[in-house]
Design a protein around this ligand. Structure first.
Ligand code: GKR
Ligand code: MG
Length: 429
């Protein structure tokens, strides 16, 4: 068996996204993603997916060149390659990543997000070559299906007039009744039994009312609220006090480990994060200060599926819960998340997924949620098949773009509706 990588293809695409609101603005009508394909000497092709903004693409290109001639099973070597890829200093802000809300942007995190796309593609190719599912390459599944939560968003009925976009059939959700109606659609369409509301959009009392309305509509079902760090410590504590009886956890109420530690000290409501613990280096302080009780991994910026397993092991050691965060993504990433989640013993919270919001995918067959869960595939590799025509179509959209949509920028998208909008200073409330 010849497992040498002989070709690597990178295809940036733009994927339709509805007008979902968050504290920084609104989703653009199209979001960039990067499809990674590695091909072995025997013609086996593995696929991966990661963030697609230019800053990722410009790292992925030299990375791809370095991979030619290496072994598809040399997963540790991907990190060595990553160390050799130079990151332009203008890309490193040290600030919370605009539009992505995924923690502070560092050179390492950019590199790791690129590694993840290649790691998943290599695992897919290796699994296909060996006739093994990706979960088997990760040590084997401990569950046959992975639970996901309904990821509720405040949402406009449509993107602003005059903006080129795809239509969606979710309707508007800008008040408690709209949020409950959206949650009902999620349960009807996908069978989800737990709910996360993206907050930080309206004043906290309005979001408290929305969560209360959800609790009444779905009694006893797990609920989460995530304002992406938009609140002060005092506001966070007030919300925790008011919703403590119905929340499974509060996600990133305040920004940064110090603020989260203060909130944590003042409430019994568990705190989760995908913003203050986003790298291995951030774990020590956060755990020592008991700032968070659940870490939400995003395998993209944690550097892949094996790093996610390592994160889960560290969380297990320290008695901290683990689950998964998501950003706008397609079926390749959902398959990757499902494989790794199936191998994590200490997964006690349903994972997040944006997938239901994506009406488009690059797969021949979309992944399916049944009873809110995705079945773990036992087919070789990830168990998904890429539709080349769909990739070509979404790539054509990327080629035709004047550049304005190639970087995700939720504040810029908001300015179309509200000229003068700037990303609100934190804490916003
Ligand atoms: O897509 O608007 C969004 C989310 O706010 C996303 O950017 C976050 O990264 O889903 C994420 C979260 O849980 O913080
Ligand atoms: Mg979050």
């Amino acid at each position: 068996m010849n497992l040498t990588i002989t070709d690597v293809r990178l295809t940036p695409i733009l994927v339709a996204d509805p007008p979902l609101l968050n504290t920084q603005g609104v989703h653009q009508p199209y979001t960039p993603r990067l499809i990674v394909e590695v091909e072995t000497a025997e013609g086996i092709v593995g696929v991966g997916e990661t963030y697609g903004d230019t800053k990722y693409l410009e790292l992925a290109r030299p990375f791809a060149t370095e991979l030619i001639g290496r072994q598809v099973g040399d997963l540790n070597g991907l990190f060595t390659v990553a160390d050799q890829v130079a990151v332009d200093s203008s890309r490193v802000s040290g600030q919370v990543d605009v539009g992505g809300l995924r923690g502070v942007q560092t050179a390492d995190k950019l590199r790791l997000s690129v590694v993840s796309g290649f790691e998943v593609a290599c695992l897919d190719a290796l699994g296909k070559a060996l006739g093994l599912p990706v979960h088997a390459l990760l040590g084997g599944k401990v569950r046959d299906a992975v639970d996901y939560s309904a990821y509720l968003f405040y949402k406009w009925a449509a993107h602003p007039e005059g903006v080129a976009c795809e239509k969606d059939d979710w309707g508007a959700a800008v008040d408690p009744a709209g949020v409950v109606a959206q949650a009902r659609l999620f349960t009807e369409r996908y069978g989800f039994t737990s709910f996360k509301l993206k907050g930080g959009v309206f004043p906290p009392d309005e979001e408290i009312a929305a969560v209360r309305a959800l609790a009444e509509a779905f009694p006893g079902q797990p609920l989460r609220l995530d304002p992406n760090g938009a609140w002060s410590v005092a506001t966070s504590l007030r919300v925790a006090e008011e919703l403590g009886d119905v929340l499974e956890y509060l996600e990133d109420p305040a920004l940064g480990t110090a603020a989260m530690a203060e909130v944590s000290a003042g409430t019994d409501v568990p705190l989760a994060t995908n913003m203050c613990v986003t790298t291995f280096a951030e774990i020590k302080e956060a755990f020592a200060r008991d700032a968070v009780q659940v870490v939400l991994s995003d395998h993209h910026y944690w550097g892949g599926l094996r790093n996610t397993q390592q994160l889960a092991a560290i969380c297990r050691t320290f008695g901290v819960g683990v689950s998964m965060h998501s950003n706008t993504h397609l079926g390749i990433s959902l398959a990757a998340m499902t494989h790794v989640a199936s191998t994590v013993p200490n997964l006690h919270h349903a994972c997040d997924s944006h997938y239901p919001w994506q009406s488009e995918d690059v797969l021949t067959e979309r992944l399916v949620f049944e009873g809110g869960a995705v079945r773990v595939s036992d087919a070789p590799g990830l168990g998904v098949e890429v539709d080349r025509e769909k990739v070509a179509l979404l790539h054509r959209r990327w080629l035709d773009d004047d550049g304005s949509l190639r970087e995700r920028d939720d504040a810029a998208a908001m300015r179309v509706a509200e000229p003068g909008w700037v990303t609100p200073a934190v804490p916003r409330w």
